[in-house]
Write a protein that binds this ligand. Sequence first.
Ligand code: EPZ
Length: 413
Amino acid sequence: MDYIINGGRSLNGEISVYGAKNCVLPLLAASVLTDEEVVLHNCPKITDVDNMVRLLQYMGKQIVWQDDTICVCGSLTNTAAPQHLAKLLRGSNLIMGSVLAKYGQINLPLPGGCAIGKRPMDIHLDGMASMGVQIDFADDVLLCRGKPFATTYVLRFPSVGATENLLCAAALAEYETVLCNCATEPEVEALERFLVKMGARIEGIGTPNIKVNGVNKLHGAEFDVIPDRIVTATYISAAVASGGEITVTKCNPSHLRAFLNMLNPRLEITEYQNAIKVKRSRMPVSYGKVITAPYPFFPTDMQSLVLSLAAIADGGDTQICENLFENRLTHIADELALMGADIKVDGNTAYVVGRKLYGADVAAYDLRGGAALVIAGLNAQGITTVKNVENICRGYLNLSDSLRSLGADIVFK
Ligand code: EPZ
């Protein structure tokens, strides 16, 4: 399937943001920690969430999805995750901690996910081993045995997924687990708050140093998934690329501070409690030097967006340094070059000179890179066809409909 975009139309109006993919996935994984009912509101019906639901259903959880609410209950009947589902998304690896904590064993196929880099799991596995879990590996499947016990563990890097797995592993581990150098992304903090609502005893919520006093049992809980900060940044980028004035609602401006700071004062941005209004009167000349790093610094998931914005800027130089995923720059840079972009990639840094781009046939290699190509197409002269749109649908709900509602000339074919 493709997106066909006729660039040059300015976008105006209001668009609301839905729940964050990277928040729903760990919450669904954490629902394994209890047999009681867990109710998650504001869940987007996107491919990755669908596949995570299918994975948990296959393993025995009873799951009902009504509108944007997902209800999960029951216990697992099987602790071997199916390969055909686990390999569909990176987030499948997030069930490791909760399944081990509740059932003491899991056969977990290596996860799938975007072609943005090697994405090892050494921190996940080292952390689990420090909690006493025996881990073997056969035919691309992790064979994990043993209920995690309390420990003190320092993550060598604040990995989002490893933090989430270790939090779930510790929630039912008797005595106190201390986790140092944890990720502090809003989605990780949301998981910590969700686990507390389930009865977990957690100190240091939202900070890099977390203490978890394990409990015997966790109960059901109800939770509102936080707004998707990457989708918020995507809509803001659409306003910048196309001109006009857009108000993004049901978002949390405090979750994308680094991105907004990068745009200020190049654009007129007004923040409200749960909304951001952006008006582009003049196309920015450049975006200076952008360096990706763990939260609260500039997020790697917004790197492709700023690469597109830099490529269509008004003649100035932008430098973008990607420090998390070794393959995140190359694919999107190559595709933007097909549209005439002036981008030179040297190692993990892209050197961009803004210029007018022209419509071309390009391909979405990964979720965020695909969305960034759509953003470039909104500004490019002529028709841009973005292929492999299924990669974009993994994380974006009806992106073309949303942009068309703001005045974009985009169709999904
Ligand atoms: C999560 O992936 C997100 N995915 C990613 O979003 C996001 O880019 C990433 O965090 C960073 O913010 C979900 O939450 C489902 P990491 P995750 O572990 O947990 C290295 C999207 O587009 N690392 O924080 O896999 C790793 O190679 C996706 O929505 C190890 O070396 O990311 C990377 O360089 C893309 N060993 C860095 O850490 C490990 O055991 C950050 O990875 C784990 C990670």
